[in-house]
Design a protein around this ligand. Structure first.
Ligand SMILES: Cc1cc2nc3c(=O)[nH]c(=O)nc-3n(C[C@H](O)[C@H](O)[C@H](O)COP(=O)(O)O)c2cc1C
Length: 275
């Protein structure tokens, strides 16, 4: 029997009525910030944070969010270290490293690298070591830490924002076309409850009117010096009205082409990895 729809207002202290709070199972999949830091005293730390994402690409900037440690009754070590030393490292979590990722989620005072059984690789610009088993790692300088007050001790959280100052990509994860081989890496992501997923399916879809030579974000990623001019037309001398007219014309053509081509366009094709 289908359950009735649910509506509840957390701001009023209301609950879903389900056996488990479903909130974390909706904003999914969440990539994992597998964060390494080094304390002021020189002790290394490693831990996964699924409240993680990039916040900008020019310059590359990322963030992770750590809830306050109930165990230690203060911000987690990753936050304390990133704040005090101004440095942290992001390591890509993958399907192959999933057990180590999980094993590193300890609120211990000790170094989680040996506990998780992963190897330290030296960083070049910052002090915290990188996870040698990760296909991609970012060396970061802490940009800012924002404290969000919660409704409980565990609810308080710290948003750590970092500038990515150096990037390591293992050659074996770069395709012959020069793209990052997502299916080979199978990045790990968190769902709700105790559920995870790994990227095993990929399909392409271009933004409307994207130039043909723009492969999945090269232009967006700012790899070409004139990306702003191409994408946002900031250098286009025509008036906004003229550009709007041109855009509507192109939209008409695109929609006619789509109808002709039918729905099984090549871009809809799934590429699949078997892990
Ligand atoms: C996959 C995974 C994702 C996690 N995501 C978060 C998170 O987003 N925020 C958080 O506070 N704790 C998260 N945890 C728990 C932390 O990893 C754990 O508390 C942390 O490693 C404590 O480390 P520290 O005190 O040494 O910094 C997660 C655990 C796992 C296994």
């Amino acid at each position: 029997m289908t359950r009735p729809d649910i509506f509840y207002q957390p701001a009023k202290g209301e609950k879903s009525g389900l056996p488990h709070d479903p909130f974390k199972s909706f904003v999914i999949p969440r990539p994992i910030g597998w964060i390494s830091t080094t304390s002021k005293e020189g002790l290394d730390n490693l831990g996964p944070y699924s409240q993680f994402n990039n916040v900008s690409f020019d310059p590359p900037t990322i963030m992770f969010v750590a809830h306050q440690s109930v165990y230690k009754r203060r911000s987690k070590d990753s936050v304390v270290n990133a704040r005090k030393t101004g440095e942290f490292v992001w390591n890509m979590a993958t399907y192959d490293t999933r057990e180590a990722v999980n094993a590193s989620a300890l609120e211990t005072w000790d170094d989680e690298f040996p506990i998780a059984g992963v190897t330290k690789a030296p960083s070049q610009v910052v002090k915290p070591p990188r996870v040698a088993e990760s296909p991609v790692t970012f060396e970061c300088k802490t940009h800012s830490v924002i404290r969000i007050q919660g409704d409980s001790l565990v609810g308080h959280s710290d948003i750590v924002i970092g500038r990515v100052v150096a990037i390591h990509i293992k050659g074996e994860y770069i395709t012959t076309d020069g793209l990052f081989d997502v299916l080979k890496a199978a990045p790990l992501a968190r769902l709700g409850y105790h559920q995870y997923t790994a990227i095993t399916h990929v399909f392409d879809m271009k933004m409307p009117f994207m130039p043909d030579d723009n492969v999945s974000g090269n232009t967006l990623g700012g790899e070409t010096g004139d990306s702003d001019a191409i994408l946002y037309k900031t250098m286009d001398p025509r008036s906004e009205d003229d550009r709007r007219l041109e855009e509507r014309g192109r939209a008409k053509i695109a929609s006619a082409e789509k109808t002709e081509a039918g729905n099984d366009a090549a871009g809809e094709e799934f590429r699949t990895a078997h892990i």
